[in-house]
Design a protein around this ligand. Structure first.
Ligand SMILES: [Zn+2]
Length: 276
């Protein structure tokens, strides 16, 4: 069979593109946010393009390692940033395995005092792997390159070494923003008190997507907070649990606000792309 030059060039280009897709090259004009179905807990990965990945929390088990492995290109074993919102097992558990299996360039934590078994494992792994630690504080910005960055909105002050009664309220709250104006708000397990603090402050909370706090607890994501954030979509990360997450009161709050709801317990892994 003989092909003309234009057809040959077309076939060659199509082949190369198919090859690139196969090897995991992704749309470079988008930031991908993966909300993984890791059971009850939070486990997310931001793919900012140019092989920059940020993990926010890791669920309670090593399930997230397999999920990350599936989404990362085979040649990329490096995670640029791991954010541990707070040291509860349903956020921290899987991150110990992420540290074990990937090269993590930096971790961002609130640094509150924690002496549970899982915190000891985490501290040991951080030391073993010599991972640099950054303490999160409102006002910090982290450039993810190529038109995307993270703004830290909470904790309001340096909490490192402090004993905090309700560690949910020590959650690192971060907003992902792109040059194109798209945004996603990650709230960890922060409750009403922190939401009120954020609304009283001068941070711009307005976001296209809201990761509903605390697995859809009724003690977070108030109607006022929903109005301030004004999300088009609220994502709830939860699994089998005895706390009644997500709570029907919270579901109807979001519904009456008018945002779409996405749930990992019903839909499995959720992948959302925003423009850069
Ligand atoms: Zn939690």
């Amino acid at each position: 069979m003989k092909y003309s030059y234009p057809i040959l060039i077309f076939l060659l280009t199509a082949n190369i593109l198919a090859g690139l897709a196969f090897f995991g090259f992704k749309n470079s004009d988008a930031v991908i946010i993966n909300f993984y179905d890791i059971g009850q807990g939070d486990g997310m990965m931001i793919e900012a393009g140019n092989n920059i990945q940020v993990i926010i929390d890791g669920g309670s088990t090593d399930k997230i390692v397999e999920k990350i492995g599936r989404d990362l290109p085979f040649y990329d074993r490096k995670i640029e940033l791991v954010i541990m919102t707070h040291p509860d097992k349903d956020h921290l558990g899987g991150l110990v395995d992420v540290l074990k299996y990937y090269q993590v360039e930096q971790v961002l934590i609130s640094g509150i005092k924690c002496e549970t078994a899982i915190c000891r494992e985490w501290d040991k792994m951080i030391k073993e792997k010599n991972v640099p630690i950054k303490i999160a504080r409102a006002g910090q910005t982290i450039n993810l390159g190529g038109g995307a960055y993270l703004g830290i909105l909470s904790p309001a002050e340096d909490l490192s070494g402090r004993e905090i009664k309700n560690d949910n309220d020590a959650s690192v709250v971060a907003k992902l923003i792109t040059d194109n104006g798209s945004s996603v708000l990650f709230t960890g397990d922060a409750g009403f008190e922190i939401e009120n603090e954020l609304m009283a402050g001068n941070a711009n909370l307005n976001s296209d997507i809201l990761k509903a706090s605390h697995h859809g607890s009724k003690y977070a994501t108030s109607s006022e907070f929903l109005k301030s954030v004004s999300p088009e979509t609220a994502v709830i990360s939860s699994g089998k649990n005895s706390y009644g997450h997500p709570h029907e009161e919270l579901i109807s709050r979001i519904e009456s606000y008018g945002a779409a709801i996405k749930r990992t317990d019903l839909e499995g892994d959720i992948k959302i792309e925003i423009e850069k």
